[in-house]
Design a protein around this ligand. Structure first.
Ligand code: NAD
Length: 489
């Protein structure tokens, strides 16, 4: 598929298969295959497989470009970041098409919402960084000057789900804070990062400010995160990989954030609007459940369990399994045959362990990558299917007799990324909302996000917080200068 210019045609969109280092496209001698989950026989691209040399070249470029980028100041950088945001908006159709082919998220949601959030990330961080580069106040006879000092090259490593949006969510604050970036996208959905790289060049970003390396995580990842020139690491992915990266970050004493997996409870109290709760519960099958924030553990008050299940099954029956390019599709193929096999193995083990599969539990077709929307009634709250992230269209169903039991079940896993609660009571909304141990708690809503709020996980769902000023603080060295008042003129 690769041409001599190292570009692939993905559904009519030209995508470079190479790294972007110091403003230029750089190939690797080795490549890896990138196939489409929509049709596994379709080879989208042979993508350059970076190695230690690639990682070193990218970090060297980022280190060389850092002083000038940092020296531009927040307003100088904001001009380029806003231009980049405009370019993302102009290119939504192409980015949506490539992302849809590459990881099978629904074209309609990419086109109408998800990609545009990438543009908003660049605009919002340009604004936030401009609004606060330093603060001053007077106390104890000194002037206090607190500044956000750019930290240095920042490595950003992203997972295969929602890759464009998640990359911009982390790249935007790093660049706005004055750091230079090396982005490493996931090998199962590498292509939209390449389009982002093109747009940074078109936006006039100086060479070396934004670099992107492709490759297999275990090969190009370790030399990137252990390079002593790197001053920040921002990671989204699994807890297993976070442990490895965290060890490298600790060795170099580099600040590290990790946004990791989840096993969110979706709690339905007896006084809840059951129609709304069941609709959000059935929605968890969207994107085939490959969503870190998903509410995958349905916890429902005993007295309304039948009414809830009746509504939930009716809504789930109506979901359309199909091609992600088709706007009527609700349930898309899964990302990769290996991931599908992993999801299937989870449900098979649950059956063997004595859990009851209430619906689904099989592959839909022999050749396609769809797995049926599945609901499991666990034998025990200790069941693996309750306690571990499946990252597929698999929910569990449990009931509780009172608020205390609901909370105990909700907070019973090692994870703590998100929690969702349905109740008609204002008091319970606040009381339980505060008591749920999760970085983000939604009450009578789902996936509503304010970019300025802190985002991250409790427990093994993450380390540190990003979002708004939290991300800018993380990407900066905060320094305090104290000048004795009256001592200078
Ligand atoms: P993963 O941990 O396997 O891979 C994530 C990234 O790390 C990829 O780019 C991969 O190439 C890279 N990587 C792998 N080994 C590495 C190493 N040794 N050194 C450096 N980099 C390495 O995760 P995944 O399967 O791509 O993503 C799914 C996971 O991500 C799920 O657990 C999901 O819940 C989580 N996730 C979390 C959020 C969040 O915001 N909390 C968002 C999306 C996904």
């Amino acid at each position: 598929m690769s041409t001599e210019h190292q570009r692939s045609d993905v559904a009519g969109v030209e995508v470079s298969v190479d790294h972007l280092i110091n403003g230029a496209r750089v190939p690797s001698a080795r490549t890896f295959e990138d196939r489409s989950p929509l049709d596994w026989s379709l080879l989208l691209a042979d993508v350059s497989a970076g190695d230690a040399e690639t990682a070193q070249a990218a970090v060297a470029a980022a280190a060389a470009a850092f002083p000038e980028w940092a020296g531009l100041g927040a307003s100088g950088r904001a001009v380029i970041l806003r231009r980049l945001a405009d370019l993302v908006d102009e290119n939504v159709p192409d980015i949506a098409t490539v992302e849809c082919m590459d990881m099978a998220m629904r074209h309609e949601s990419l086109r109408e919402r998800v990609i545009a959030r990438g543009a908003r990330n660049f605009r919002a961080y340009a604004d936030l960084a401009e609004a606060y580069e330093e603060r001053r106040w007077s106390s104890n006879g000194t002037a206090n000057l607190v500044q956000r000092m750019p930290a240095g090259p920042s490595v950003v490593i992203t997972p295969w789900n929602a890759p464009f949006m998640l990359a911009t969510w982390k790249v935007a604050p790093a660049l706005a804070a004055g750091n230079t970036v090396v982005l490493k996208p996931a090998e199962w959905s590498p292509l939209s990062a390449s389009l982002l790289a093109d747009l940074t060049v078109e936006a006039g970003m100086p060479p070396g400010v934004f670099n992107m390396v492709q490759g297999i995580g275990e090969e190009v990842g370790p030399p990137l995160v252990s390079d002593r020139r790197v001053r920040r690491i921002s990671f989204t992915g699994s807890p297993e990989t976070a442990r490895i990266i965290g060890a490298a970050a600790a060795a170099n004493i580099v600040p590290f954030t990790a946004e990791l997996g989840g096993k969110g409870p979706l709690v339905v109290l007896a006084d809840a609007d059951l129609d709304a709760a069941a609709a959000v519960a059935a929605d968890q099958y969207g994107d085939s459940g490959q969503v870190c924030l998903a509410g995958t553990r349905l916890l429902v008050a005993e007295e309304v369990a039948d009414g809830f299940l009746e509504r939930f099954h009716a809504l789930t029956d109506a979901l359309v399994l199909g091609d992600s390019r088709d706007d009527v599709t609700d349930i898309t193929p899964m990302i990769h045959p290996d991931h599908l096999a992993g999801v299937k193995a989870f449900v098979d083990r649950a059956r063997e362990a004595g859990d009851t599969v209430l619906r689904g539990g099989e592959r839909l077709t022999e050749d396609g990558l769809w797995y049926e929307p599945t609901l499991v009634s666990p034998f025990s709250n200790d069941s693996e299917i309750v306690q571990r992230e499946v990252f597929g269209p698999v929910l569990t169903f449990q009931t509780f007799s009172d608020e205390e039991e609901a909370l105990a079940l909700a907070n019973s896993t090692e994870y703590g990324l998100s929690a969702t609660l349905f109740t008609g009571s204002e008091q319970k909304a606040e009381r339980l909302g505060r008591a749920l141990r999760a970085g983000t708690v939604w009450v009578n809503c789902f996936l509503v996000r304010d970019l300025t709020a802190p985002f991250g996980g409790c427990g093994i769902s993450g380390l540190g917080r990003e979002g708004g000023d939290y991300a800018l603080d993380f990407q900066s060295d905060l320094t305090t200068v104290q000048i004795r008042e009256g001592s200078t003129s």
